[in-house]
Design a protein around this ligand. Structure first.
Ligand code: KG4
Ligand code: ZN
Length: 335
């Protein structure tokens, strides 16, 4: 069959501050179109995402992207959309766009959980490898997840408070670096001494698998207030914070590796773009003879390509969501 005749899934992601749409070829898994309009510059002055601004910008960006792919719309066989979890007003923009497209193109809707989408970011244009254990590190979540052979997902560990990515955002805000904080902190940390400040390792004596970043965040706050901030101190605080936040992830995952026989481990989510974290986990997995899968840097943060990839299995299984049942579930983290 000529590739221009192959059916497509049109996918939409708007769970936070990225407006993204992708087209994925159903039979080949090929990503034939992917666009993401970032809102970082709009939110940076507030040091975090302002939901109402994000929602208004999605309402402008999503139709603009659809306009660009007009010529492909006749090949679309289903519309996939992130409907949970995320910010309610921004999820709604994607959900409304999905409903409008589904009605006008007369194709079904596939609703996708954002966390599941991150897992599929590993397999864009590739076959999936399940069972799989994964560390999800995003702005909203820090979790260890286990995906079974039939693609059901179990939460093995999660954060008791802030997420890893969120703690980078908050520390960057304290240091006036900008939003999202992760890339700024990573950059500053490169020139800093990671042993300059002795921040406390979270949950040091806890036996259960769990994460926590609020205590570390407060320790950074106290350090920032101690004396005037100059560029050397910004670099040292960034490096020392990144060291301890990442060490905490490594310690919890090492405990997990000791308890279960893991063959393949992966890291997904926006913060998995952090090169320091990637390097440290490469070493840890080598020590335990575990294969480590990482997403391409371009697919770590929120994007519609991973949503389209996650939708392929649901399309094959005909797991569609009726218009009247499609709702945004901002808080739902069950998978
Ligand atoms: O997955 P994502 O794009 O959105 C959510 O689902 O939350 O993740 C965004 C988070 C932000 O907190 C951002 O600061 C963090 O990922 N992040 C990083 C890096 N790049 C993005 N954190 C640490 N280091 C990075 N290089
Ligand atoms: Zn995300």
């Amino acid at each position: 069959m000529h590739s221009l005749d192959l059916g497509l899934i049109l996918s939409i992601e708007s769970s936070c501050d990225d407006s993204s749409i992708a087209l994925t070829e159903i039979e080949t898994k090929r990503l034939i179109y992917h666009k993401k309009i970032s809102q970082d510059s709009e939110h940076t002055k507030y040091g975090g995402v302002v939901p109402e601004i994000a929602s208004r910008l999605h309402a402008i960006a999503l139709p603009k992207i659809v306009e660009e792919i007009k010529s492909h719309l006749s090949r679309v066989k289903a519309v996939a959309v992130t409907n949970e979890p995320g910010l309610s007003v921004t999820l709604l923009e994607g959900v409304m766009m999905a409903k409008a497209l589904s009605l006008s193109l007369k194709v079904p809707i596939i609703s996708i959980n954002h966390l599941l989408g991150h897992i599929y970011s590993l397999f864009i244009e590739k076959d999936e490898i399940f069972p799989l254990s994964t560390l999800l590190v995003s702005g909203g979540h820090t979790m260890i997840l286990e995906v079974s052979k039939d693609c059901s997902v179990e939460i093995v560990a999660s954060s008791m408070d802030d997420s890893y990515g969120e703690s980078f955002d908050k520390v960057a805000k304290m240091l006036n670096l900008g939003y999202p904080g992760g890339p700024y902190i990573e950059k500053m940390a490169k020139n800093g001494d990671e042993n300059a400040i002795d921040f406390p390792l979270p949950l040091k004596n806890k036996k259960e698998l769990a994460f926590s970043f609020s205590g570390l965040k407060n320790a950074v706050r106290l350090e920032v207030l101690k004396e005037d901030i100059d560029s050397k101190r910004v670099e040292n605080i960034s490096a020392s914070f990144q060291n301890i936040a990442t060490k905490h992830l490594l310690k919890v995952c090492e405990k997990y590796f000791k308890n279960r026989k893991i063959e393949t481990f992966s890291i997904v989510g926006g913060a998995s773009a952090n090169r320091y974290l990637r390097g440290k986990f490469q070493n840890l997995c080598k020590k335990y003879e575990i294969e480590l899968l990482l997403s391409d840097l371009e697919f770590c943060s929120d994007n519609a390509a991973m949503i389209g990839r996650a939708a392929l299995l649901k399309y094959k299984r005909e797991e569609f969501t009726h218009h009247s049942d499609l709702k945004a579930n901002p808080q739902n983290t069950t998978l």
